[in-house]
Design a protein around this ligand. Structure first.
Ligand code: ACO
Length: 367
């Protein structure tokens, strides 16, 4: 195919057996299992197993003891750099040189440690320099509880439910920007730490995993003005995008948004009413302005509200997304490794015609 497609929209780059976002029908299946069946029945670490091993057992292991050096409290940045460092610290071997089981085990270790790194970074952001002892963390049950114990030293059951649900809903979603990045790096035969760390970088942008950080301020702005419809109009009139709306894949409802909205209500979120009002206003205004382009609520909108019920600060939301997405990245890295084919698309050159260097500027004077 030689046609240029901005943003690669609609380009089929891979075949995958991992997840199936149903574009029109509003459902999302992991290895064929609808996420509706998973939430509340299997904790995140078992869903990791489903995605990576196609089996709930043994699932993602507990993280091994690890104290990352030089944590800044900026969690995406801490996660990205610590994962890259672990390639060297753990002497991870190149994916191209190892057996599939060893690659899987590297990814399991990295996935588990990602949660520990984010929890420890969040603790530093809270101004606490003393890590929670590992024995205290081990008292916890599921991964979401251990995450909270490692971060705050305590875990409210409602917060655990919010995080576990959020992690399951966002564990995997086909070929998004960060997963594509992970697959590109894996296709070069690099080690699993390099692939994961690159994926975290891709996730940190506001058009991908960084959107929830901008959603709560939007809800607060709408509440302050007291008129959600006018508030979204003002944003759009200023040429801004409404965070949490629009998706490259879904033209119908994003099933994750539906599930997370229900969870926000069940958990008694204090932001539920304003979020619902902003959502209705945004959908109506986007439909009025872009009648031919469906821009439904995406996963990020209600994620922001659910994470808020667990008192997750907006700045931490991209890293929370990273914790969830380690499952999808791991599964895709393994799938990519199987193909053994370097990813190397083409670019269409549209720059200047051949010309002499003198046309660009005078030659430097040799010193
Ligand atoms: N608010 C206002 N206008 C929008 C929005 C939005 N949220 N999303 C798309 N549009 C408009 C664009 O301005 C564009 O208009 P134009 O044709 O007049 O220029 C048109 O709709 C199509 O937009 P694209 O950027 O081509 O749509 P695309 O499918 O590439 O974008 C994206 C998807 C990036 C998610 C986009 O909808 C967006 O920026 N949303 C806001 C950010 C966000 O919520 N990100 C989280 C995504 S979910 C995830 O990553 C897990």
């Amino acid at each position: 195919m030689n046609e240029f497609r901005p943003g690669l929209e609609g380009v089929v780059a891979f075949q995958t057996e991992i997840a199936e976002p149903d574009r029109e029908g509003g459902s999302l299946r992991y290895r064929g299992v609808d996420i509706e069946e998973l939430v509340g029945r299997y904790p995140y670490e078992k869903v990791w197993g489903l995605l990576v091993d196609e089996s709930f057992e043994p699932g993602m292991p507990d993280p091994e003891p690890f104290r990352p050096a030089n944590l800044t409290g900026n969690a995406p940045s801490d996660l990205q750099s610590a994962l890259a460092h672990l390639s060297a610290d753990w002497e991870l071997r190149k994916l191209v040189d190892i057996e599939p089981e060893d690659a899987r085990d590297d990814l399991a270790r990295l996935s588990a440690i990602a949660m520990s790194i984010v929890a420890q970074s969040a603790r530093v952001a809270d101004g606490k320099t003393d890590p929670v002892p590992d024995e205290d963390v081990e008292q916890g049950g599921i991964a979401a509880e251990k995450f909270l114990l490692r971060w705050r030293g305590e875990a409210d059951p409602k917060h655990v439910q919010a995080i576990d649900t959020y992690w399951i809903c966002t564990a995997e979603h086909g070929l998004n920007a960060s997963t594509f990045t992970a697959r590109i790096v894996a296709s070069t035969g690099a080690d699993a730490g390099a692939a994961m760390s690159a994926a975290v970088g891709a996730l940190s942008g506001p058009l991908h995993g960084g959107a929830p950080a901008r959603i709560l301020p939007m809800l607060e702005g709408a509440e302050k003005l007291g008129d959600p419809a006018q508030y979204v109009k003002n944003l759009l009139d200023r040429g801004e995008r409404l965070m949490g709306f629009g998706h490259r894949i879904y033209r119908g409802d994003d099933p994750r948004a539906t599930l997370l909205k229900r969870t926000a209500k069940e958990l008694g979120s204090s932001r539920y009413e304003v979020a619902d009002a902003v959502e209705q206003a945004a959908l109506a205004e986007l439909k009025r302005r872009k009648p031919d382009r469906p821009l439904p609520t995406n996963v990020e909108f209600w994620s922001a509200v659910v994470l808020d019920t667990a008192e997750i600060p907006p700045d931490l939301t991209p890293a929370m997304f990273g914790c969830a997405r380690v499952a999808g990245w791991s599964a895709h890295i393994l799938e990519e490794r199987k193909t053994g084919r370097l990813i190397r698309p083409s670019a269409q050159y549209v720059g200047p015609a051949p010309r002499p260097a003198s046309e660009v500027g005078a030659a430097p004077v040799p010193s």
